[in-house]
Ligand binder design. Structure first.
Ligand code: SF4
Ligand code: SF4
Length: 765
């Protein structure tokens, strides 16, 4: 009787679980298919598959948290292994002695099951403990709750998933214990009741031997049924909640990591992606030929690619991105997690409307497709039929969005609408420094920076809606070729007074091929007083090391980085095309730069326009020159105090381009300097607040990022902050001044030059 009831319950639970799981999966697939094509995201298959295996098995994103890495890895591996125990469970509901054919009593399999059940249990207990310890606590003031990476994550979903895993592994272990005792009482199975077959559960099963075969058989039936029903309840719940990333990421992350931007691994950082129109990069020369209804950037959810929509569905709500975001940590409304969740919930809610509006082809109606013939009533009726069964907008997400000031005027829109401001508030969109900390942290390879950039492109190019300060910067770039709006003839003023000539290509040397390096000065390096000191220091060091170089003088214009990061792709394309042409005319092959943004643009983005150069950052070149003995830093004179410095990693040098060691090696090579690291350094360094065009915008909400970072530097006790980007120098100097911190902000090159000059004094600045 017990077996019959259990069997009926198990069958009903399985039918419901499988049906709703399939419905949820199909809903996600249809939601993702609303997106535009994502060319190149599925090939080359071999390289992508290798990266996927490496990423999934290596769990590289967790390397800064070894305990969580181990726990998550164990839970992940336990899942497919213990799935087979679920299959066994179906057999055990009717026959307590059931075992999988061939595999069931094979000792290695039994060892694996028992080991991973115990380890999986330990893993899930640890993960739950971390979540509980770091949870935002009700009643605490908002600033305190914002410090939790789980602020805004849907609590019940996470606890539900963790509880299901815990119950299932406990059932697996309980079954092993009961099987041991049951086998011991069955003459033809007794030889299996040994530690060889039950290596980690025999000790618990032994006291139960002799309990009574009928009772043990009933217990096996009940525990098997519980295991199956609990597993199926998970399938039912996630089937009803296609936006439940904390559960679905188990499957979606595999596809998302496979379709990542960089097939060989590495985060979606460095170069911005070309602006796609109709699946192909925008051809600025053919702007006039664009269809009238073409959209630039992403203004509506269906204008994301399918990979973008998959990103949103894959988010596990772990909050690692939020934990690292400089905007969030200084009180801005931007959290990369909440940004992702707002888009996920909006996509989930709007997808049925969009599919109902799809033309007969089956593709959703987008601005690139023919308009639909469906009436608003038909669209509404189809959506309200709730055929996807989605339950968008968890209270935790909406509450956090609202508390952070991150929702648009009407909250997160549940019908197709303008993403800005109906889903993403402008203050959220423009708060991003594009530092890449979120992308770098995300364990499932979500590409936040690319999505933010696509929204900005739409705001600038289609809606003409952007912070007023950017308008001035755009105009100066257009008219003068630099964001300060200064006359190009002033580009050489930095070189006045140097005790050697700085040759200009086209005037003093015919071609860049005649010198070792073309020195790309950059706008800050040419016009901004503090950056000019770095430019002069680098020029003097190159001269001392007998490295020949020349500059472009007034033929250099801004690389276009501030325009591109601010969404003005057309202006970027114009400036970049001009520079690529100039560099081709002068025969530039090897370029040295002092600005991390110029470095990224010249090395990683100009290839998109056909400009291919060997670009080195000055810290890389100077490091090599010191190692080759061509520059010799000298110790301070006796009695002169040694100095403690801390190094701030510029985001576009570090996270975006993985240049971490050369600046540190250089500092290490300077006698009399001792380097002390800030708690957040290297891959986890905090941004100075100047990237993403933010240096040109007012920062009126929360604490200034530059002040927060300068404060971190001062807290190390260092008397100087060394950095390697003119924008970082400016931001951190301003931040330190605002804090009243007695800490000097210098480029690494300035510190090196001071030490080299000790051996060969030269005129001071
Ligand atoms: S790029 Fe930086 S500032 Fe922008 S959302 Fe990510 S972590 Fe925040
Ligand atoms: S790190 Fe990635 S998965 Fe985690 S909350 Fe952020 S976007 Fe989601």
């Amino acid at each position: 009787m017990l077996q019959t009831i259990s069997l009926v319950v198990v069958v009903l639970a399985t039918v419901a679980g499988v049906a709703l799981f399939a419905r949820g999966a199909s809903s996600i697939v249809r939601q993702v298919r609303v997106g535009r094509p994502a060319p190149g995201r599925l090939s080359p298959a071999g390289r992508r598959a290798r990266t996927l295996v490496r990423e999934v098995l290596g769990h590289g994103h967790f390397r800064q948290r070894p305990a969580v890495r181990a726990a998550h890895w164990l839970v992940m591996v336990s899942f497919p292994l213990l799935f087979l125990t679920l299959v066994t469970g179906y057999g055990q509901v009717v026959d307590p002695a059931f075992a999988l054919p061939l595999l069931g009593h094979l000792p290695p399999w039994e060892w694996l099951v028992e080991a991973f059940a115990w380890l999986g249990l330990a893993g899930i207990v640890l993960l739950t403990g971390v979540r509980l310890r770091r949870r935002p606590r009700a009643g605490e003031p908002l600033p305190e709750r914002r410090r939790s990476r789980f602020f805004g994550s849907t609590r019940w979903q996470a606890y539900f998933v963790e509880a299901v895993i815990a119950v299932v592994v406990v059932c697996v272990l309980a079954l092993r214990v009961l099987e041991y005792a049951y086998y011991a009482g069955e003459p033809d199975l007794a030889q299996l009741a040994t530690p060889l077959h039950f290596p980690l559960t025999a000790w618990l099963g032994e006291p139960l031997v002799g309990t009574g075969q009928a009772a043990l058989a009933d217990a096996i039936t009940v525990v098997s049924a519980v295991k199956i029903v609990v597993s199926m309840s998970w399938m039912v719940v996630i089937g009803l909640q296609p936006s439940m990333g904390v559960a679905w990421h188990r499957f979606l992350a595999v596809v998302n990591v496979y379709a990542r931007r960089e097939p060989d691994g590495g985060p979606a950082l460095g170069p911005a992606q070309p602006l796609l129109v109709g699946g192909a990069p925008l051809d600025v020369a053919a702007l006039d030929d664009l269809p009238e209804d073409a959209t630039l950037g992403v203004g509506h959810v269906e204008e994301f690619t399918w990979k973008g929509l998959l990103d949103f569905s894959t988010c596990t709500e772990c909050g690692r991105c939020q934990d690292q975001c400089p905007a969030w940590n200084t009180g801005k409304p931007l959290s990369p997690k909440l940004f992702t969740l707002a888009l996920r919930d909006h996509a989930s809610a709007a997808a049925p409307f969009l599919r109902a509006a799809a033309p007969a082809s089956g593709r959703p109606a987008t601005s690139d497709a023919a308009p639909t013939a469906a009436s608003p009533e038909e669209i509404g009726a189809a959506a309200l039929a709730g055929r996807d069964g989605f339950r968008p907008h968890s209270g935790d997400v909406l509450g956090a969005l609202s508390e952070a000031g991150a929702t648009g005027p009407g909250g997160v829109s549940a019908v197709p609408s303008d993403l800005v401001p109906d889903v993403i508030d402008p203050d959220v969109l423009w708060a991003c420094t594009t530092c890449g900390a979120c992308v770098h942290q995300c364990p499932v390879d979500i590409e936040h920076v690319d999505h933010i950039l696509d929204l900005r492109r739409h705001e600038v190019l289609m809606a003409s809606a952007f912070p007023a300060e950017l308008g001035g910067m755009f105009r100066k770039l257009e008219s003068k070729g630099n964001p300060w709006g200064l006359a190009p003839r002033k580009r050489l003023e930095w070189a006045k007074g140097l005790p050697f000539d700085v040759p200009v290509v086209g005037a003093d040397v015919e071609s860049a091929a005649e010198v070792d390096y073309l020195f790309w000065v950059g706008c800050a390096g040419a016009f901004e007083d503090r950056a000019r000191r770095t430019t002069r220091a680098v020029a003097e060091l190159l001269h001392t090391a007998e490295v020949s170089f020349a500059v472009l003088g007034d033929s250099e214009t801004c690389t276009g980085d501030p325009a591109r990061r601010s969404g003005n792709e057309l202006l970027f394309q114009m400036l970049a095309a001009q520079n690529v042409e100039t560099l081709a005319e002068v025969g530039a092959r090897r370029i040295v730069v002092t600005c991390a943004h110029c470095f990224n643009t010249l090395a990683r983005e100009y290839p998109q326009l056909g400009g291919h150069y060997e670009v080195v950052h000055h810290t890389q070149l100077l490091d090599r020159l010191v190692r080759e003995g061509r520059l010799t830093p000298v110790a301070p004179a006796a009695g002169e105090a040694s100095r403690t410095v801390t190094y701030h990693d510029p985001c576009y040098l570090g996270r975006h381009n993985q240049v971490y060691a050369p600046p540190r090696e250089l500092l290490g090579a300077v006698p009399g300097l001792s380097l002390t690291e800030m708690p957040r350094s290297g891959e986890t360094a905090m941004c100075c607040g100047g990237g993403g065009g933010r240096v040109w915008m007012e920062e009126t909400v929360g604490t200034r990022i530059s002040s927060a970072r300068a404060g971190e530097a001062a807290a190390t006790g260092a008397t100087a902050v060394a950095t390697a980007c003119p924008f970082c120098t400016t931001m951190l100097s301003d931040g330190a001044a605002a804090n009243g911190d007695d800490v000097e902000v210098l480029d690494v090159a300035q510190l090196l030059l001071a030490a080299v000059r000790r051996g060969d004094p030269a005129p001071a600045d």
